[in-house]
Design a protein around this ligand. Sequence first.
Ligand SMILES: Cc1cc2nc3c(=O)[nH]c(=O)nc-3n(C[C@H](O)[C@H](O)[C@H](O)COP(=O)(O)O)c2cc1C
Length: 477
Amino acid sequence: MFDDLRSFIQKLDEIGELKKIEGAHWDLEIGTITELMAERKGPALLFDKVKGYPKGYRVAANILYTSIMQRLAFGFPEELSDMDVIKYWKDKESNFKPVPPVEVSSGPVRENVLTEDQINVLKFPVPKWHELDGGRYIGSGTLTITRDPDEGWLNFGTYRAMVQDEKTLGFYSSPAKHGNLMRQKYWARGESCPVVVCFGQEPILFAASTMNLPWGVSEFDFAGYLKGQPIEVIRGEVTGLPIPATAEIAIEGFSPPPEVDSRPEGPFGEWTGYYASGSRTEPVVHIKAIYHRNNPIIHGQPPLKPPYNAWYPIPIHLATPLWSELESLGMQGITGVWVHGPSGRPIGVVAVKQSYLGHAKQIAHIAASLMHGGACAGRYIIVVDDDIDPSNFDDVLWAVTTRCNPETSIDLVRGFLSSPLDPSIPPEKRARGDFTTAKVIIDACRPYHWRHEFPPVNKASDELRQKVLSAWRHLFT
Ligand SMILES: Cc1cc2nc3c(=O)[nH]c(=O)nc-3n(C[C@H](O)[C@H](O)[C@H](O)COP(=O)(O)O)c2cc1C
């Protein structure tokens, strides 16, 4: 596992998966090159000598964009198929034992410490990613660290951060997110919420920050468990919060109650491929200290119009929790779970070895309720038989178009939580603050009660394929 962002980027370079670009402008050029290169399935990008900035102040983008990069960054075993990675990650999560962070006296993040008049977040080449963005976003691949004031545990999550001015950042965290819930507890007491935000960190921290871990489980403990050793942190001088010792850039500050200070945030080109949530008044963070390494790197993870993923090609963030939760509710016979669609979110597919009447339907309806609300995730649930690979959308489509009778096998259930980011919420509903959506539930399994009469599949048997493969191996190597 990598101890910092730069050693991961160096590894990408060594394996020919990195392109270094000099002289691009922070104002739309970095963003547009990122988009054009993603469309061409190009390598990861490292921007240096950004217009108006000294050499060494860098921006990395598209670094988790392919399966190869994600596997390398998060340490997935090479031999596993993408579908098996989901199972591997699920098993790993279910054996979780907390590995708390360890405090060290110093670390590279302290190479430069800026306070008071020195504080200026535009010291870094913060990109304006897309033309309609309301500002420059330093935070797209962030860790936002907070401590619960009652329970004392530490959370971090990836929440976007727009530069409001040199000493102030936007703090956009959706309603049910843990950072959001924690900050409200401080505000309810009339206090400001202490915050640390990092803008470039070791990849395993980023993986942990994008997982929906249960309330009370610290992402620091989870990241340490995944890494197999404690995450090293220094103590922030202003807030006392831990700061990953090898982070590229971190700020410490306080988020005041919204009635004291909140400002327009957005629009921001979102992972749905739209600007649906427009600009709204959102909380802010007043920066009290900046820490950064020499030659710092901003981790840019801007949403691009799908299919270019703001999240990950292997959807550990949604498929894994969905599978675990279904099993924890007693659902048996699940052989795979995948999530397709923009940023690996709106189309959940569950494969099941059916063993009783209504088995597939039961799993489908539970999955529809479980698929996390918010931002139109979980719009479609498809349940397929165990001979279908849920990660292969062509296979799933084949099942939907051949085993699902629309008259009897599709349900539409109304009233699930979506979000302001959902572009399909009509204006009048949006004006009422009604961000609910319907879900479509598709049972694409062979009907259980006549499964034995269902026409056989037109494909060589496993036995015959093996026999022919051994006899004709030279054709297939
Ligand atoms: C690139 C990227 C950007 C994200 N941006 C936001 C955001 O701006 N606001 C938000 O609430 N969640 C955002 N998320 C989702 C959260 O990071 C994710 O749901 C995480 O689990 C939240 O952590 P929490 O459960 O500790 O709150 C983003 C995820 C990724 C991968």
